[in-house]
Design a protein around this ligand. Structure first.
Ligand code: FE
Length: 210
């Protein structure tokens, strides 16, 4: 009688919050990029494409609405999960979304120091850099340096507040509304709200030449 071989993987009792599929995908991604079979940039491009369908336009719409409607802004800052559920966006069960609004005095920056927790329902898939060890560690130690890498320079007196995401609590940054957009429609406003501006590594800016 042949011995029964051990299972190929330890199963759900391995203690990771990730599913077996997630773990396999991550292992494959790491191996393939380390061995040079795929480029991280190519993976980023795929993720980027995916984002144009499911991604940050949802968050951008929420931000644009909040800019135009003070009552909605208030509701969003009070309980973002509830406010976005009222718009028909569905969060994962147990997820708690927190919206933090930038002001002239405070700039908010989001990271997940542990792994890559991210408000998928609002921003789609996280970019590769968000999951990288340098971003996760440096954002806490040197947020201003990280912002400089992204081309964002804030006034010295602006405080930078870093938010550490968890599996239960995700953060959405409401960027500052640019001046000169007072009579813009929600769609016009949503068009200038970038993914990075909702992570805090970017700003919402008027289009070039506007
Ligand atoms: Fe995480």
């Amino acid at each position: 009688m042949k011995p029964v071989s051990a299972p190929a993987h330890p199963g759900p009792e391995h203690g990771s919050p990730l599913s077996d599929t997630d773990i396999r995908v991550r292992a494959l991604e790491t191996l393939l990029t380390e061995k040079g079979y795929v480029e991280r940039a190519a993976l980023d491009a795929i993720i980027e494409a995916y984002e144009t369908r499911i991604g940050p336009h949802a968050g951008a719409q929420v931000v644009a609405k909040a800019w135009r409607e003070p009552e909605f802004m208030q509701a969003l800052l009070q309980d973002a999960s509830k406010a976005i559920a009222a718009l028909g966006h569905v969060s994962q069960v147990g997820d708690h979304l927190v919206a933090v609004a930038n002001t002239a005095a405070t700039h908010n920056l989001v990271v997940c120091t542990l792994c890559s927790c991210y408000p998928w329902e609002m921003l789609g898939l996280p970019p590769t850099w968000y999951k990288s060890a340098p971003y996760r560690s440096r954002t806490v130690k040197d947020p201003r340096g990280v912002l400089a890498d992204f081309g964002v320079t804030l006034p010295a007196e602006t405080r930078i507040r870093v938010w550490d995401s968890t599996a239960e609590t995700r953060f959405l940054v409401v960027p500052l509304r640019p001046e000169g957009t007072e009579d813009w429609t929600e769609a016009q406003l949503a068009a200038i709200v970038t993914r990075d501006s909702m992570i805090g590594t970017g700003l919402a800016c008027l289009p070039q030449g506007a």
